[in-house]
Design a protein around this ligand. Structure first.
Ligand code: PAF
Length: 283
């Protein structure tokens, strides 16, 4: 497994890599079993690059960039046995130099939910992923449905800018209690981890009771999370799965339930698909 720290070296590596498809899995490191499961799926591609970059552009001023877990040696030790071909771990001073002027902005989709709670977050994600695509030049790129809004924003960017990368969507990986795996889970105490299970529980209940009534589903989600001990709800939304516009009243098409909440100082997000119940059932 090669480890590349500079964009020019990554470009050189890529020029020498003839076999395709060439896949990229972009990460911010602090790898967990969710990442590793996705690496195993992506490994079926001919060649696999994993990028590790704690992207300063996607953290707001009130968010603790410095506290984000970083342990490159540990991450490399986890990736090596999985047959990853190259890890691109650029230096922040090189990859986000002072004086940069350009931002990639996806309009509309980015102003709600995570975008409303974390202004500028998605501009940071799209700008850095566009750079990663330009340097690594993958044929395919892997994204988890765990960050559902991020996935939609990526799809919009790739479509609108004709980026020659095929996006591969991967299922959310959950632990035995149902908690979606996230690097942030490492910050939860055992008691908080128990409290955090209210998130997947509320989503499972929403899936089980979904009858197309978006108002009732939203109210139940809010009620379940507002009364759960240790949980400070940020949002609970029933939205169109493609546009993330909030849905109201009785629906026949599919919907997406999306939630964000703090457990202590740790902000967690999760989501679930609500299948069509009417004539569009099965989607
Ligand atoms: O999902 C993440 O870990 C990050 O948002 C990403 C896609 C690596 C961009 O920094």
């Amino acid at each position: 497994m090669d480890v590349v720290r500079h964009s020019e070296d990554m470009r050189r590596w890529r020029r020498g890599a003839y076999s395709s498809p060439f896949a990229l899995f972009p990460t911010m490191g602090a790898l967990h079993d969710g990442h590793l499961s996705l690496v195993r799926q992506a490994r079926d591609s001919a060649l696999l690059a994993v990028s590790i970059f704690v992207n300063p552009l996607q953290f707001g001023p009130a968010e603790d960039l410095a506290a984000y877990p970083r342990d490159l040696d540990r991450d490399l030790g986890l990736l090596e046995p999985l047959g990853v071909d190259v890890v691109f771990a650029p230096d922040p001073a090189d990859f986000t130099p002072a004086g940069r002027r350009t931002t990639v902005h996806v309009a509309g989709l980015t102003d709600r939910l995570e975008g409303a709670s974390r202004p500028g977050h998605f501009d940071g994600v799209t700008t850095i992923v566009a750079k990663l695509f330009n340097v690594v030049r993958p044929d395919t790129a892997y994204f988890s449905r765990k960050d559902y809004q991020q996935l939609l924003v990526m799809k919009a960017m790739v479509r609108d800018l004709d980026v020659p990368v095929r996006l591969v969507e991967c299922d959310v990986v959950r632990d035995h209690g149902g908690l979606a795996l996230s690097s942030r889970n490492a910050n939860l105490s055992p008691a908080q981890r128990g409290q955090a299970l209210a998130l997947p529980a509320a989503l499972s209940a929403a899936v089980a009771s979904w009858d197309g009534d978006a108002d009732t589903a939203r109210a139940r989600l809010v009620a379940a999370l507002a009364t759960a001990p240790g949980i400070e709800l940020d949002y609970a939304e029933i939205a169109d799965p493609d546009t993330l516009e909030p849905l109201y009243g009785q629906r026949s098409g599919p919907a997406q339930a999306l939630i964000a909440a703090r457990v202590g100082a740790t902000r967690l997000i999760d989501n679930a698909h609500l299948r069509a119940v009417g004539p569009m059932a099965g989607t």
